[in-house]
Design a protein around this ligand. Structure first.
Ligand SMILES: Nc1nc2c(c(=O)[nH]1)N(C=O)[C@@H](CNc1ccc(C(=O)N[C@@H](CCC(=O)O)C(=O)O)cc1)CN2
Ligand SMILES: Nc1nc2c(ncn2[C@@H]2O[C@H](COP(=O)(O)OP(=O)(O)OP(=O)(O)O)[C@@H](O)[C@H]2O)c(=O)[nH]1
Length: 462
């Protein structure tokens, strides 16, 4: 697919910088750039060269009294081996917003148009250089704020998800073709597609899809930060623990004001994973009864958390109260101030949540530092556990939904075979599965609106 118009935009951040890069892509990219460049004839230079010269107002250039805008380096990349797979020019100028704007305006005067957000990457997709999941990974890569999310995005950009899905697609396509061939011979009652093999294939693909789906929770936590609630009765040591965790990792601590006015989030990166400690300012100000503070507000915090740290000195009342909503959380039940409290005094029911899959229970002393490292280590472990670090990890809601749909279609095939569904209906469900899997990489036609949503989230110039 060839886009006819030539697009341009500043690719570097807005504001003053040392340098700025302006990108131009499309059939006229080189000739338009050449119009405003005084230096070598860009239409004559070899691909992948960097050329020194000046940006000048072309109208005046011919009159020999040109207005020089800037001294620049221009890189020329000829299709198809370029970022967009089109002719691409990068003008590297001084990082003044004024200069950059002047250059963009000159390019537009000479026939380019301002690029939409993400349009360069979109062209790379439309021209087949990258698939949709790779394009989405470019956005994730730019947004990555820690090591773990950076790694996942980089892997996806390099085609991690694509190659995993490609294998599944090929296997399904083979069977679909065989079943559709049977339909052509429907009079003769032949079976080209071995039903037993198909059954096994569907079951193995279901397992793979389920595996990918289970990585989403991890992937999403990595991408957006893992919400952690610290709860406990007044004076249990909550603030002391939080401050101590934050101080220890001071180098990478930041205060992020929450989305709502009364929510404060403190984020902390441990071992490449971002944890977001949830706190509501309201809690700090409440002068309510102990119960109200202890349970009511704790509930609020717990609901939005993935990890719950319960600090206690005396009793487990809060934990008992909250038990029903803790089942799907990672729970750290910590006996606080262990320097003061004797383990032997820990006479309360330790088995309270013993059957919960993600339950940790130990003593801690922020004062002496006892078990603080253990806590950090277990926080990281509890998130990483069960995930193969080299495995493909799903971080994108769109991908998750597509996989869920694919799973449903696969179930339709499996149950269809059990009840002896006819070939045409099996073929239909196979096609549906292929459609859902293909929508992740964009191998099938993806709705224009969906493309708009995906690329609209990028910055202009990307
Ligand atoms: N100056 C500059 N730096 C940049 C970018 C850019 O566009 N310009 N990038 C923008 O994101 C990133 C690098 N990503 C890129 C990805 C692919 C191609 C590219 O030309 N691919 C071709 C040819 C590869 C080759 O020469 O072997 C291809 O895949 O066909 C270029 C940059 C980061 N740094
Ligand atoms: N001995 C000892 N004292 C501690 C420890 N952790 C906290 N404390 C003390 O316990 C008191 C209460 O600590 P905070 O961190 O304010 O407790 P909190 O749970 O945030 O209390 P509220 O804000 O009232 O909910 C302070 O005097 C702390 O110094 C510890 O590990 N050992």
């Amino acid at each position: 697919m060839i886009q006819n118009d030539t697009i341009c935009a500043t690719a570097t951040a807005q504001g003053v910088g040392a340098l700025g890069i302006i990108r131009v892509s499309g059939q006229e990219a080189i000739s338009i750039s050449n119009e405003i460049f005084k230096g070598k004839d860009l239409t004559e230079v070899a691909s992948h060269t960097v050329n020194y010269g000046f940006i000048v107002d072309s109208k005046l250039k011919t009159q020999n009294s040109e207005t020089v805008i800037d001294e620049v380096m221009i890189s020329v990349f000829k299709a198809p081996k370029t970022f967009t797979a089109e002719d691409l020019v990068e003008i590297s100028c001084h990082g003044s917003p004024y200069i950059q704007q002047q250059i963009v305006e000159l390019l537009i005067k000479n026939g380019a148009r301002l690029a939409l957000p993400g349009e360069f990457t979109q062209r790379a997709f439309l021209n087949g250089r990258i698939d949709l999941s790779q394009a989405e990974a470019v956005a994730d890569l730019i947004a990555a704020e820690n090591k773990a999310s950076h790694e996942i995005a980089l892997n996806q950009m390099r085609g991690g998800i694509s190659s995993e899905l490609q294998v599944l697609r090929e296997q399904l396509i083979n069977f679909t073709a065989l079943i559709e061939l049977e339909l052509d011979f429907s009079e003769e009652d032949v079976e080209f597609a071995n039903r037993q093999e198909l059954k096994e294939l569907v079951s193995s693909i279901k397992t793979k899809v389920t595996g990918l789906l289970t990585t989403f929770e991890y992937g999403n936590a990595i991408k957006n930060g893992v919400p952690v609630a610290i709860i406990g009765k007044p004076n249990a040591g909550k603030s002391t623990l939080l401050n101590s965790l934050l101080n220890e990792e001071r180098a990478i601590v930041s205060d992020i004001p929450g989305t709502t006015r009364d929510t404060i989030e403190e984020t902390l990166v441990i071992d490449g994973i971002t944890f977001r400690f949830i706190d509501t300012a309201g809690i700090r100000e409440t002068v309510d009864t102990i119960e109200a503070i202890g349970v009511g507000k704790a509930k609020e915090k717990v609901n939005s958390a993935k990890i719950v740290i319960h600090l206690y000195e005396e009793d487990l009342d809060i934990l008992k109260e909250l038990k029903p909503i803790l089942e799907d959380k990672i729970v750290f039940n910590l006996l606080s101030k262990i320097d003061k409290n004797d383990w032997a005094n820990d006479r309360y029911e330790m088995s309270l949540l013993k059957n919960y899959p993600n339950y940790h229970h130990f003593g801690i002393s922020v004062k002496s530092g006892f078990n603080l490292d253990l806590l950090k280590q277990k926080l990281v472990q509890s998130i990483k556990s069960g995930i193969d670090e080299n495995a493909v990890i799903i971080t994108n809601m769109r991908h998750k939904e597509a996989l869920q749909n694919a799973f449903e279609s696969l179930e339709n095939i499996a149950s269809g075979m059990r009840i002896g569904l006819t070939g045409d209906l099996l073929a239909f469900h196979l096609r549906e599965t292929l459609k859902h899997i293909g929508s992740i990489t964009g191998q099938i036609d993806v709705d224009k609106d969906i493309l708009g949503t995906i690329f609209g989230k990028f910055c202009i110039g990307k």
